[in-house]
Design a protein around this ligand. Structure first.
Ligand code: BGC
Length: 780
């Protein structure tokens, strides 16, 4: 007994001494802490703290309950050295955590902000930054350290299942929004994780597909948004993507993670992998060498593998120490390190006001024949389409937010004094209740990945008789067409990009009956991404893209329909006539049927055999293709109508060292107040290689201009932003010559031009990730 007591005393003494001797992490003693760390501790810090129910490999949605229930993951604490765990939570459309917790009746809902496409469609940088501030504040008050967003992947195809999380087909717009989002969040003292780095523009087979593309397309299209975000807003963290690029896994590419990211761009934060765990074909230690500081969600085998690789001499301790230093530099910035006393009570009311404003401003008016909208004196509407009653605020998967509510269209309209016809409302409300129960019964176990968020309910048949019954009681018909999409699965053309037969029949019947009674038909698109409109748009008098606008959706739509707010959103991707008009559709994994991958498991256990994508369109993504090759589209990039009219003055352009400024005045020439966007597209002179007809290089939005009011917008373009990527010499190059600055309100509607003579500029960069295979490029 005596022995035992003295043993315990000795152990206690050793522990106390150890605690006294071990340095405690501070911002200014990182070297000392690294010296004091054991190899095991270093390895632990480079591997995340696991996932609930983690099987060790495969794509997964982050879920952990150790510190904040429902967060995506956390880093490992090393209390001996005063290193706290830090919490990573999904975004980007808000803070993704569990709304309820065991043992308490308190709720932890997070504000449902608009999805990325909707936010970017505002073309309003200040508003984006404000949304970022609100998301950052919620993360902080819910005890999180990093929000896993912004999503900076390019809308290469309208079929990508996660387009709703991303901003645009244009890299400049993507970068500008990424910068604003990052600045907003990080102003609150929490970090972002810019993701998924890079070329992750499809979901099917996302963990193994090889994206084969030219260095030029990589640099100009897929990396530029990341580059801008890194250079201008210093994101604390960045997430490497699951896919391969030109044969190398992004998460194991030294070229991508070190040469480009750190050496060319000067990134100072940490790189984490996307949530995958062990990969059979990728040694853990290689990922450490190549520049992944944190392996997520983290698996004990990975920690062991790092230790073993150092012992076997495969992994240099210098590489480990470099990543450990990056981790510690990140950790000392976090609220966890500051011991921030979070309240678990963010101001959800104040944030609801911010989301309402941003969703209204992101909505895009596509069509408004004979000034159908706004409808003044609207008393009763017949509300068709299941999404009118079960409105979708956001997408599925890790990007979903557990929001406290979503205002549907009935509520939104009621809130502005508009009623809905009784019988129709009754039919749909009862159906929604039934369909939700049925959905549970029919749940496909393979689709567990899409459990996060609200799936779309199937439409019901609306007979002509039913429409005839409703029309006399209503002043107008509103049809909401809804779409849902999410992680792990891309969208199909039939029934997802295109309308279903039921939806077409509904529009046809409603349009026939209401128009024959001189009553307008308005279509609301409640979708996170681009849809087909050309085949049915003639049947609607007005079309409003509401996107998936977050929890205040129905209120925002009602504000626009009744004219309380004047729409000022503009498209951030081209709306093609047919999905097949987009060059990448040809090679896109459409109709993989049972073979596609859902959430890291093969759907029905079969291989699709689909393991690479040739980027035949090269740099001609989105409007760069349609505009350069004169192709007709349904609605061009940058397009959006207003309830007022604007006149653009003649633009002027000046250069000042390496900066170019473009100014243009915009006058509200209509009858109601409104905001307008100036979009500056630049046509470069001929150089040694081909260039798109024009490219977006700057934009700005006016304040709310009253009728007759004018504002002059001044925009700055860095000279290097005019550069194309000169593959032969691994450099950015601005060719000398006359540049034409074309200012308009969409890519097809140029309202004024100015020319500037620009001298040559070059900037050498790393020569990495070459394309090793040959394929034909799209020529027209
Ligand atoms: C997604 C990431 C997400 C992560 C954590 C992955 O499957 O691709 O976007 O941040 O899960 O939930």
């Amino acid at each position: 007994m005596k022995k035992l007591i003295s043993g315990i005393t000795a152990l206690f003494l050793a522990m106390t001494m150890n605690a006294q001797q071990a340095p405690q992490l501070r911002a200014d003693n990182i070297d000392e802490v690294i010296k004091a760390m054991t190899l095991e501790e270093k390895a632990q810090l480079l591997v995340g703290d696991g996932n609930d129910g983690f099987a060790g490999s495969g794509a997964m949605l982050g879920h952990q309950a150790k510190l904040v229930a429902g967060a995506a993951g956390q880093t490992v604490a090393i209390p001996r050295l005063g290193i706290p765990a830090t919490v990573l939570t999904d975004g980007p459309g808000g803070v993704h955590i569990n709304p309820t917790r065991k043992g308490t009746s308190q709720t932890f809902y997070a504000t449902g902000f608009p999805v990325g496409t909707c936010l970017a469609s505002t073309w309003n940088i200040d508003l984006m930054e404000n949304v970022g501030k609100a998301i950052g504040n919620e993360a902080l008050e819910y005890g999180c350290d990093v929000v896993l967003g912004p999503g900076l992947n390019i809308h290469r195809s309208p079929l990508c299942g996660r387009n709703f999380e991303y901003f645009s087909e244009d890299p400049f717009l993507t970068g500008a929004m990424g910068v604003a989002y990052t600045k907003g969040i990080q102003s609150q003292g929490v970090g972002v994780s810019a993701k998924h780095y890079a070329v992750n523009s499809q979901e099917n087979e996302r963990t193994r597909v090889d994206e084969r593309l030219s260095q030029r397309a990589l640099r100009e299209i897929y990396l530029r948004g990341f580059e801008k975000t890194v250079r201008e807003s210093d994101p604390w963290t960045l997430m490497s993507s699951y896919n391969k690029i030109n044969g190398e896994y992004a998460q194991n590419s030294h070229g991508l993670l070190t040469d480009i990211l750190r050496n060319d761009w000067g990134f100072k934060g940490i790189v984490m992998t996307d949530w995958i765990g062990l990969r059979a074909d990728l040694p853990t230690y290689e990922q450490v060498i190549n520049g992944n500081d944190l392996l997520t969600p983290g698996y004990p085998e990975q920690t062991k593998a790092i230790v073993q690789a150092v012992k076997e001499g495969k992994l240099d301790i210098k590489d480990v120490d470099r990543n450990v230093r990056n981790m510690l530099e990140y950790i000392v910035k976090t609220p966890a390190f500051r011991k921030y006393q979070f309240s678990n009570k963010p101001d959800l009311k104040a944030h609801a006001a911010i989301t309402r404003q941003s969703s209204t401003e992101g909505m895009v008016l596509l069509k408004n024949d004979n000034n159908t909208l706004p409808i003044k004196n609207l008393k009763t509407v017949a509300l068709f389409g299941v999404n009118s009653y079960d409105f979708s605020g956001g997408g599925l998967g890790s990007g979903a937010v557990n929001m406290p509510y979503v205002v549907d269209m009935v509520t939104g309209l009621n809130n502005v004094g508009v009623k809905t016809t009784k019988l129709l409302t009754d039919i749909y409300e009862k159906y929604v209740e039934y369909a939700k129960v049925k959905l549970k019964a029919d749940k496909n176990p393979w689709m567990w990945f899409l459990d996060q968020g609200k799936p779309k309910l199937e439409e019901i048949e609306i007979t002509r008789r039913c429409v005839e019954h409703e029309a006399p009681e209503a002043d107008a018909a509103i049809i909401t067409i809804g779409r849902q999409a999410g992680e792990g699965i891309d969208r199909m053309i039939e029934g997802e990009f295109n309308l279903t037969d039921d939806e077409k029949a509904m529009i046809e019947r409603v349009s026939d009956v209401f128009r024959s009674q001189n009553k307008p038909v308005i279509v609301i698109l409640n979708s996170g991404s681009v849809m087909e409109t050309a085949s049915w748009r003639d049947r609607a008098d007005a079309i409003l893209v509401a996107w998936q606008p977050g929890e205040e959706g129905g209120n925002s739509v009602a504000d626009v329909l009744t004219g309380k707010e004047n729409p000022s959103g503009h498209l951030t991707s081209t709306w093609p006539i047919s999905a097949w008009d987009v060059p990448s559709t040809k090679g896109y994994p459409q109709g993989l049927g049972d073979g596609y991958e859902v959430a890291g498991v093969l759907y029905n256990g079969q291989m699709s055999g689909y393991n690479f994508t040739n980027h035949e369109e090269d740099i001609y993504v989105g409007y760069r293709y349609f505009d350069t090759f004169n192709k007709t589209v349904a609605y061009p990039f940058g397009y959006g109508l207003s309830y007022t009219t604007f006149a653009f003055g003649k633009p002027s352009v000046k250069s000042n060292g390496n900066k170019i400024t473009v100014s243009v005045s915009i006058k509200n020439t209509g009858k109601v107040a409104g905001k307008q966007v100036a979009q500056v597209y630049v046509t470069a002179p001929k150089g040694a290689y081909e260039k798109p007809a024009k490219e977006l290089k700057a934009f700005a939005k006016t304040r709310l201009l009253n009728p007759g009011e004018t504002q002059t917008l001044t925009m700055t373009i860095a000279k290097r932003d005019l550069a194309s990527f000169d593959e032969a010499n691994s450099q950015w190059k601005v060719d000398a010559g006359n540049y034409i600055f074309k200012v308009g309100d969409n890519v097809e509607n140029i309202l004024g031009t100015a020319t500037l003579k620009v001298s040559e500029y070059t900037e050498k960069v790393s020569n990495v990730l070459p394309l090793n295979v040959q394929f034909n490029k799209v020529k027209q």
